[in-house]
Unconditional design. Structure first.
Length: 299
C-alpha cells in the first residue's frame, strides 16, 4: 500500500493536471470501488473547478468551487494515469510493474479536465475509494473525525509525542501506527524512524513521557526523525517496493536508503554497530530492527 510519501508524490504529480481546471466530463465504469460512489457523483463533479489539492495523512483532498471536497484514497493498488494534451504523462502514480495490475480493464474512473488533461483512476483490487463531502465538514466527516495529527505539520512536537503516548503500555511501533494518534505513518517509515531514533519497537510507548508528562530525550529525537525521514522519502519520489514505479517508468529511490526495512539478516547501517537486522511480527505486520542499537532505554 502506498504510504504518506508516495501519496504526497502523487499529489504533486496531479496538481498540474487538476488544480485550476474544471471537470469537463467524468466517466464511471462501475458503480463502486471499496464503497459505492456517492449519489450523483459524476453530476456533482461536472463543471466544477478544482481550487486546491491537498493531502491529509494518506488521503488526497481536492477542494471544489461548489463548496464540496473530493476525497480520494488509493487503497492497496490504486494509481492515477495523467495524460496531458501535449502527450506528456505527468503523474507519478503508475505503481505497478506487473502488467495485470495496470491494464485498461481496471480503469474505473476517467476524468476529462477542461485543460485537455485526462486523469484516469486504475485500481486492480478496488480497495481505494472516492467520496464527496462539504468542505466545511471535512474535519468532522467519517474519514477524518478520529484522525490524529499530521506528522509533517508543526503539531508534531516532542511535547505532543509525550502527551499522546503518556501512560500507554502499547508497543511503541503499534502506537505510531495508530492513526488516531499520528495520522499517515505506515509500516515502512515507522520501522525506519524507530531505527534512526534508536528505539526498540516493542518498548511501551508510555516510556517516551517522563513522570511529569514531559518528553524524554528519545521523544525529542523521535519527533525530529519522523518528519526528517518522510521529507527525505518525498524528495526521493517515495519507495519502490515489489511493483511500485512512476508512470514515466522511473522508480522511487528511497528504498536504497533503507536502514532496516526488508533487510533481514543484513548488517546494521548505524556507524559503529556490529548488529544485524532482525524481524518480528507485530499485529500481523513485519517489523525490521537492530536489536543491538535499538534498545528499550530512553536515555
Amino acid at each position: 500500500m502506498p504510504e504518506l510519501p508516495e501519496v504526497e508524490t502523487v499529489r504533486r504529480g496531479l496538481i498540474p493536471a487538476m488544480v485550476g481546471a474544471r471537470f469537463a466530463h467524468v466517466t464511471l465504469r462501475r458503480s463502486n470501488l471499496r464503497f459505492p460512489f456517492p449519489e450523483r457523483f459524476a453530476e456533482r463533479l461536472a463543471d466544477r473547478t478544482v481550487t486546491a489539492l491537498e493531502r491529509r495523512a494518506k488521503y488526497l483532498v481536492a477542494s471544489l468551487d461548489s463548496g464540496e471536497s473530493l476525497i480520494l484514497h488509493l487503497g492497496m493498488s490504486g494509481r492515477f494515469d495523467v495524460a496531458m494534451p501535449d502527450g506528456r504523462n505527468l503523474s507519478p502514480g503508475d505503481f505497478y510493474l506487473d502488467g495485470a495490475l495496470g491494464t485498461p480493464k481496471h480503469d474505473h474512473v476517467v476524468m476529462a479536465m477542461s485543460n485537455g488533461a485526462t486523469v484516469t483512476y486504475n485500481d486492480a483490487r478496488r480497495f481505494g475509494f472516492m467520496d464527496l463531502v462539504a468542505t466545511t465538514e471535512l474535519a468532522t466527516c467519517r474519514h477524518f473525525a478520529a484522525m490524529g495529527l499530521e506528522p509533517l505539520s508543526e503539531a508534531l512536537t516532542p511535547e505532543a509525542v509525550a502527551r499522546l503516548f503518556r501512560h500507554k503500555i502499547t508497543p511503541l511501533k503499534a502506537a505510531l501506527l495508530d492513526q488516531r494518534l499520528i495520522a499517515g505513518l505506515g509500516n515502512i517509515y515507522v520501522c525506519e524512524a524507530l531505527h534512526r531514533a534508536g528505539l526498540h519497537p516493542e518498548m511501551p510507548a508510555g516510556r517516551l513521557a517522563g513522570g511529569d508528562g514531559s518528553p524524554t530525550p528519545k521523544a525529542r529525537l523521535l519527533a525530529e526523525v519522523i518528519p526528517q525521514i518522510l521529507n527525505e522519502a518525498v524528495a526521493a519520489g517515495g519507495s519502490t517496493l515489489r511493483n511500485y514505479v512512476h508512470t514515466d517508468g522511473s522508480a522511487g529511490a528511497f528504498q536504497h536508503a533503507f536502514r532496516v526495512y526488508d533487510r533481514l539478516g543484513e548488517s546494521c547501517r548505524t556507524e559503529g554497530c556490529t548488529g544485524c537486522i532482525s524481524r518480528i511480527v507485530q499485529s500481523g505486520r513485519s517489523t525490521f530492527y537492530c536489536a543491538t542499537c535499538q534498545t528499550p532505554s530512553i536515555d
